[in-house]
Design a protein around this ligand. Structure first.
Ligand SMILES: Nc1nc2c(ncn2[C@@H]2O[C@H](COP(=O)(O)OP(=O)(O)O)[C@@H](O)[C@H]2O)c(=O)[nH]1
Ligand SMILES: [Mg+2]
Length: 300
């Protein structure tokens, strides 16, 4: 019998207009980056829940006006910072004027988190990277890393992100993987995929994505390469499905000069994908993907 674990709490914090609500909508609600252009300020906080494999999350999108942040780190601190699994601090790297204010509240938030959820992971996102000239990016990120060093000796995971490319999916996907791998079911699936890849070396990677394009399992050396084609596939899925409404299973393949990709729906809301170097015959890869689909579907 399985016991449903309590929802894990993920806090998105940072100054107003740094991009918190946009990230949440693009990554968890399937909105396109253009849809989120005119977001109005988040008042206080909004809470949404999301469930992936056997883990449930509560996503807190905390309003970024200084009057709200002061309350979060002040009188509401215990409520906000208790039982947190991940804190995501979002900094708008294109807004130099606000960086020191962001750091000021970041320090307070990290301190509060250490007080009420000492084991929580902290991600610091240097966000809207697309707004910096390509030549500047590396140096700005380096400088920001040195600036956003916490007062206490606490580990921070720094990532550079933008909602206009894959970076935000990779970063949030990484967080989700850390979260769901605490569940037994997810661990079993991950081990099954690893074992399958070891036995069938023609497959260079297997990954599973949510409907929103978040990678929840990625195994094998080339698994990370699948994210872009997987997102393209997901973007078009609804249209293709409408056109072939009678099909019971639906699979597609994609070939590039060097690789072959296979995409297949498992369970209604997940996409199973594989990548193989083109030395393996397509038919073989399809058969192997069918096998892993059955294994994974039975486990999920
Ligand atoms: N160029 C760029 N703009 C972004 C990015 N993420 C968010 N934005 C824009 O930043 C503005 C503020 O975003 P919002 O999500 O409301 O910020 P919040 O106050 O932190 O929730 C919106 O106009 C977004 O379209 C990004 O990665 N790149
Ligand atoms: Mg907001």
């Amino acid at each position: 019998m399985s016991i449903t674990p309590p929802a894990q709490k993920v806090l998105f914090m940072g100054l107003g207009a740094s991009g918190k609500s946009s990230i949440r909508s693009v990554v968890f609600e399937g909105k396109s980056p253009e849809d989120v252009k005119d977001y109005s300020a988040t008042i206080n906080y909004t809470r949404s829940t999301k469930s992936i494999v056997d883990s449930a999350f509560q996503i807190f999108d905390c309003g970024g006006q200084e009057s709200f942040i002061s309350v979060f780190i002040g009188e509401q601190a215990e409520f906000i910072f208790s039982d947190v699994t991940i804190l995501v601090w979002v900094v708008d790297v294109s807004n130099f004027d606000q960086v020191s204010t962001s750091k000021f509240y970041f320090d307070h938030a990290v301190k509060r988190l250490a007080e009420f959820s000492s084991g929580a992971l902290i991600f610091c996102l240097f966000h809207k990277l697309d707004l910096l000239l390509p030549d500047m990016r590396e140096q700005v990120i380096e400088t920001m890393k040195q600036y956003f060093v916490p007062i206490k000796d606490i580990e921070i995971h720094y990532r550079a992100t933008s909602i206009f490319d894959q970076s935000i999916y990779l970063t949030i996907g990484e967080m989700i993987q850390k979260l769901i791998l605490q569940g037994t079911k997810a661990k079993t699936v991950s081990e099954a995929i690893q074992e399958f890849i070891q036995q069938h070396t023609e497959l260079s990677g297997i990954a599973i994505y949510t409907d929103d394009g978040l990678p929840v399992f990625e195994e094998g050396e080339l698994a990370e390469r699948i994210i872009l084609p997987a997102n393209l596939w997901l973007t078009n899925y609804d249209r293709i499905k409408d056109a072939f409404e009678t099909m019971s299973t639906f699979k597609t393949t994609l070939e590039t000069d060097d690789y072959m990709f296979v995409f297949q729906r498992i369970k209604d809301e997940l996409l199973l994908t594989g990548i193989a170097k083109k030395v393996a015959p397509l038919q073989y890869v399809l058969v192997k993907m069918e096998q892993i689909a059955t294994i994974v579907s039975d486990l999920l």
